[in-house]
Design a binder for this molecule. Structure first.
Ligand SMILES: NC(=O)c1ccc[n+]([C@@H]2O[C@H](COP(=O)([O-])OP(=O)(O)OC[C@H]3O[C@@H](n4cnc5c(N)ncnc54)[C@H](O)[C@@H]3O)[C@@H](O)[C@H]2O)c1
Length: 512
């Protein structure tokens, strides 16, 4: 085992985070002194950790000797002055700037001049905390995720005046514990909480526009999206319910405000109203879903319509026409290969970032018989878990139902959206990639660290930059460009990092 850059670590705050941080360090062979201004909290944290170690021994995950050694490395610090010989102090107290600044001033008067001070803040400026110190160069962020032992990523936050050697030593310490260290410039949300804005906020925007209901949006993002079989484990509304809107809504508001009303992060009135109504999620028994006995109430899907006569299908020309034609043929549909759609044909289009109406109008197609199909992910039988369709407002019900029945022929569920640009998956994924590439553009972190942080911190199947590469940077650029053009909303404006790499055929992970 490599030697630790720190010999004795003080942890201040023994709540959910401080306790997990202490556990990680003592298990990595480093002595820890744990302090809390509530003495009882330290006692219960140490007793709780002793139980954790005992359970690990029972489960065979830790030897009795290792558990005893870890426990012996953990000492209570009754007073802050007991941290005098710590060469690193990690703060995990209440999330208040004035309280944290006061603590850092007190700590500076106690520890050695070369000791490092780190904050576990999620939402405050590390630079603003450091500014209270005589030596701000020794202050950095060390942002763990909850639960600390299981969430294997740590953001090492580089404040405006942090010494580079402090960042390096904290990154080395993180690696020593077996966690992944990613380095972030001190900016709102650092990497993970910044990059995580796309998923939920865009889903809320789609909900607000009446594109689909809550359960449909969740199903699409869980089932339609798949990168080598890996999708999102939870839909955005299921995730909001798990986290609690009382936690998520203030984060959405704060990131938006801290970036001076950047439209990409604009929060939703729906979330604000639901929070005001107390519909915070699982813990309240009701959020976007109901939890009558602690379990999410099912939202059954209507069966596909039965259709007496299936019209022939005409596929509009375009780069995705072959994919559509093959899928229709595999689903026993009759494809007419004429130059123009026949009089009774169902017309299929495969837009990127456009709605069905715009796609029909641009090609002079009969809107009354047009249905759009999302081809962002494979739609062939056996290669998808869900297909997503969208009629125009003028599409006649018999053509909408014919398309629905056709694409459900092999038993694959179909989601039928109201006409809107970018379906659901296209707009949500394009926003995740857009925000991820902007983080790279702003040099908040390296491209590789952005992807590592998001995969590990948010559990996404791919980081935003690899996700953009898998979809095709040019495809993402087209989706965003069309969304921007059709809606006029600057949240969809594509950034320079994405545009340049798409134009040059480079990977989105390619650094300048
Ligand atoms: N909970 C999370 O998911 C999470 C994730 C990442 C970061 N964080 C951040 O970690 C920090 C702690 O969060 P938590 O969830 O562990 O909170 P918590 O409420 O569980 O624990 C905070 C502890 O700090 C103690 N405390 C408060 N003021 C103090 C002071 N002045 N001096 C000494 N002790 C003091 C409290 O008695 C309490 O035991 C916050 O900055 C939070 O934003 C939390």
């Amino acid at each position: 085992m490599s030697t630790s850059p720190f010999q004795r670590i003080g942890v201040v705050g023994s709540g959910a985070m401080g306790r997990g941080i202490a556990q990680l360090f003592v298990q990595s062979g480093i002595a820890v002194r744990l302090h809390d201004n509530n003495a009882a909290a330290v006692g219960s944290a140490i007793a709780g950790l002793a139980e954790v170690f005992a359970r690990q021994v029972e489960k065979g995950r830790m030897s009795a000797e290792a558990a005893a050694a870890a426990r012996a490395r953990l000492e209570p610090a009754d007073a802050l002055s007991a941290l005098a010989d710590c060469d690193l102090v990690v703060e995990a107290i209440v999330e208040r700037l004035d309280t944290k600044r006061e603590l850092f001033v007190q700590l500076e008067a106690i520890v050695a001049d070369d000791a490092v001070l780190a904050t576990n803040t999620s939402s405050l400026s590390v630079t603003a905390i450091a500014a209270a110190c005589r030596r701000p160069q020794r202050v950095a962020g060390l942002h763990f995720f909850n639960p600390v032992p299981l969430m294997k990523v740590v953001e090492v936050v580089d404040g405006m005046r942090t010494d580079p050697s402090v960042v390096e030593r904290l990154a080395a310490l993180t690696r020593l514990t077996g966690h992944l260290a990613v380095v972030a410039q001190d900016t709102p949300g650092f990497i993970v909480n910044h990059a995580g804005r796309g998923f939920g906020t865009e889903a809320l925007k789609a909900l607000g526009e009446g594109v689909a209901d809550i359960a449909t949006i969740d199903r699409i993002l869980r089932e339609q999206v798949g990168f080598d079989g890996q999708g999102f484990k939870l839909g955005p509304f299921e995730l909001f319910d798990l986290t609690g809107l009382d936690v998520s809504q203030p984060v959405m508001e704060s990131i938006y405000r801290q970036f001076y009303d950047e439209p990409r992060f604009r929060p939703s009135v729906i979330a604000a109203q639901r929070l005001a109504a107390g519909l915070t999620g699982r813990k309240a028994g009701e959020g976007f879903y109901r939890y009558p006995d602690g379990r999410q109430q099912a939202s059954p899907e209507a069966p596909p319509p039965t259709v007496a006569v299936r019209p022939p299908v005409w596929v509009a020309p375009g780069p995705r026409a072959a994919m559509l034609r093959e899928a229709v043929a595999a689903l026993q549909g009759v494809v007419h290969d004429t130059g123009q759609p026949g009089e009774h044909a169902l017309v299929l289009v495969a837009p990127l970032g456009l709605d069905a109406s715009a796609a029909a109008a641009a090609a002079g197609l009969p809107a009354a018989r047009t249905v759009a199909v999302d081809t962002l992910f494979p739609i062939a039988p056996g290669r998808c878990k869900r297909r997503v369709l969208m009629p125009t407002p003028a599409t006649r019900p018999e053509y909408r139902d014919a398309a629905h029945a056709l694409f459900a022929t092999d038993g694959t569920p179909v989601s039928m959206l109201r006409d809107s640009p970018g379906f659901v998956a296209q707009r949500v994924l394009a926003m995740i990639v857009s925000i991820g590439t902007e983080i790279a553009q702003q040099r908040i972190a390296s491209a590789a660290d952005i992807d590592t942080a998001v995969r590990t911190g948010l559990g996404y199947p791919l980081g935003p930059l690899a996700m953009g590469d898998a979809l095709g940077a040019a495809t993402v650029l087209e989706i965003l460009g069309n969304l921007h053009r059709l809606t006029g909303d600057p949240r969809y404006r594509p950034g320079g990092w994405l545009r340049r790499r798409a134009q040059l055929g480079l990977s989105l992970l390619h650094e300048d």
